[in-house]
Design a protein around this ligand. Structure first.
Ligand code: FAD
Length: 288
């Protein structure tokens, strides 16, 4: 249990490509165990490009940590049979939680790539194949998905994923808490009652953050972008400032009733531990 017993914390990793990366991730994961996370999740490269590495990393966590491992599973370039085999493998290894996603088609691609067009179809398929075995997480977008036709349609499609059987959701990262709280209000109006946990991206590197945000449609507010740009050459100052901003954001979210925090770790522990420490989320008595 964390020092904040009602808050669900979780951490996301990407599957390392090298032996050195695997060793480093093991260390990062061990350092983050002090958070007493509900789960550690592992991303799945678009089109299954990291499939083997994702499975390997998930099983490593499952076997060597006392915390749950949750694979991400994206479906856009997959066949039903391919997904069926992955689900069977996870069931065999007693994996109980999955983050179900559509993923992104290669740029310029038009039309279907495989048997699934949207995440709701994957959620439906997982439920049809495996019943209630998995706790299914899905993605949510408080600032709306970049391909959303309208905000209303995006919300309707989010509801479709929930009705297909999702148990909870993790949001894309954002730096404007109003977007999150308004999104929760809109969900409540649509009778969407699953927990929607905000995704938190620590700020370590200006260029990397701008690149990620351009791709995934997360907005960096103008004031924040300008301040970070000013600090771009001074890594320590930028990271200190980033810690202040993200800690305040988390504090605001927790005070406003967010059910948890999902940290996009980028396989680094330091910033997250510092944020958790500042928020009083580390319970020294439960760290081992
Ligand atoms: P969907 O829920 O299918 O939505 C995608 C778009 O389609 C939206 O614009 C939606 O409005 C629209 N839509 C949905 N249903 C319909 C319908 N029936 N008809 C018409 N339009 C519809 N990507 C990876 O490749 N690997 C990962 O591990 C990964 N992890 C992620 C984790 C989190 C927490 C988040 C927030 C994102 C992650 N992503 C990952 C990125 C994700 O795959 C992309 O954002 C992708 O573009 C959308 O995935 P989705 O599951 O939200 O899709």
């Amino acid at each position: 249990m964390t020092a904040h017993p009602t808050l669900t914390l979780s951490c996301e990793f990407f599957p390392p490509r090298t032996e050195q990366g695997s060793l480093k991730l093991r260390q990062t994961r061990q350092e983050l165990e002090v958070l007493q996370p509900a789960f550690f999740s592992v991303t799945f490269g678009a089109g299954g490009t990291t499939q083997e590495k994702t499975i390997e990393t998930v099983l490593d966590i499952q076997q060597n940590s006392r915390f749950e491992a949750a694979p991400h599973l994206s479906c856009i370039a997959s066949t039903q049979e391919g997904i069926r085999q992955i689900l069977k493998n996870y069931q065999t290894h007693h994996i109980k939680r999955i983050v179900a996603l559509r993923g992104d088609a290669p740029s310029g691609w038009v039309g279907r790539l495989g048997d699934f067009a949207f995440a709701s179809e994957l959620v439906q398929f997982i439920r049809a194949e495996t019943g209630d075995h998995f706790h299914i997480e899905v993605a949510a977008y408080p600032e709306f998905h970049p391909q959303a036709r309208t905000t209303r349609a995006d919300l309707d499609f989010f509801k479709q994923k929930v009705e297909a059987g999702a148990n909870s959701a993790i949001t894309q990262y954002f730096y404007n808490p109003d977007a999150y709280f308004r999104f929760l209000d809109s969900c409540a109006q649509k009778n969407i009652t699953i927990p929607i946990v905000p995704g938190i991206m620590p700020i370590n590197n200006y260029e990397q953050l701008v690149r990620f945000s351009d791709t995934c449609g997360a907005e960096i507010p103008r004031w924040l972008k300008l301040r970070l740009k000013d600090l771009e050459e001074d890594k320590t100052a930028l990271q200190d400032f980033g810690l202040d901003v993200v800690t305040q954001l988390c504090d605001h979210l927790i005070r406003g009733g967010a059910p948890g925090l999902h940290f996009y770790t980028l396989n680094q522990a330091h910033a997250i531990l510092e944020i958790a420490q500042r928020l009083g989320l580390l319970n020294p008595s439960s760290s081992t």
